[in-house]
Design a protein around this ligand. Structure first.
Ligand code: FES
Length: 108
């Protein structure tokens, strides 16, 4: 039997189906109880970010090729997490993910 103690990293934790993230678009999902944002800028290339706005911590929404914060209107590029429109200054925090078969999983 494999060891799956509490100290094991979350490597491989399932996040979403690859098919649920549109190519050129994005999807909000959950990883370890935290809201995260997925995007697939090009087919098979998936990126993931924390959904915590870098301005004042509101939950950011997936909005196609952008991520939008409802609190003060910050917008982020879904492919890179970079700020498109303030007041946020810093990009969203990236989360390492991998594609495993038809699923998107945590990579670290
Ligand atoms: Fe997101 Fe202010 S908390 S724009």
């Amino acid at each position: 039997a494999e060891s799956t103690g509490p100290d094991e990293p979350a490597t491989g934790a399932d996040i979403a189906a690859l098919a649920d993230v549109p190519v050129g678009g994005s999807l909000a999902a959950t990883l370890d109880g935290e809201r995260v944002l997925l995007a697939q800028p090009t087919a098979g290339a998936v990126v993931c970010f924390s959904a915590i706005c870098t301005h004042q911590g509101c939950p950011v929404n997936a909005a196609g090729a952008e991520f939008d914060c409802p609190c003060h209107g910050s917008r982020f590029d879904a492919a890179t997490g970079e700020v498109i429109h303030g007041p946020a200054i810093d990009p969203l925090t990236p989360i390492a993910v991998a594609v495993s078969g038809d699923r998107i999983v945590a990579a670290s």
